[in-house]
Design a binder for this molecule. Sequence first.
Ligand code: FPP
Length: 229
Amino acid sequence: MSKNNIPNHVAIIMDGNGRWAKNKNMPRNFGHEEGLKTLSKITQKVFDAGVKSLTVYAFSSENWNRPKNEIKHLMALFEKAIESNFQYMVDNKIKFNLLGNIKKFPLTLQKKIKNLEEITKKNRVYNFYLAANYGSKEELVFAAETLRNSTSKITEKSFKNVFYNPHLPDVDLLIRTGGETRLSNFLLWQSAYAEIYFTKVLWPDFKAIHLNKALKFFSGKIRKFGKIY
Ligand code: FPP
């Protein structure tokens, strides 16, 4: 029986940007900008800790219901995020992967995403997955639809192979900031055995000290995957 010290795959639901801004009498978009700064810092800390894959929930398929102005701002912020982290990903040999359907995104953003995916595609050690216009139920329906006319037997493996990204590993540690305790249609299949860490800290306030608490929570878990020891 061994304790896993460092999770291989960390996934984060970055919640609380809006409330963080509201607490400061600032517009919600200001909270997203601060959220992006937090994301850049935390990404570095996550990989420094030895984690190999990081997935962040940047935009859910339900987020289209937000005010137009907020959606427009988020799209601009995604472009900015790609531009400002481009060199970091290249220099640190991080493979950038998009998770979701980006056909509804502005064309300039789609091009930047594809370009970064192309340039970093040979990187093997670290993976950054940006879940954007992602919804887990949609992904499962997409997989079922893809396999519907296939003659091969449906197995867990063949099912996973037709997910948005078949290489995405199962989640070991799922962190949700902002105080809510739900999964919000994020990586439902992939989190089947994830350790889930909820914190009330709002995403823009999430610092290395909070990440370390989450990693400590994980390192104290004995993962039985349904077996008895
Ligand atoms: C949830 O907070 C956050 C989002 C829907 C957007 C996440 C975006 C960022 C962290 C910034 C940019 C990220 C990238 C990858 C460029 P919320 O708005 O639901 O906050 P609330 O629950 O307090 O209203």
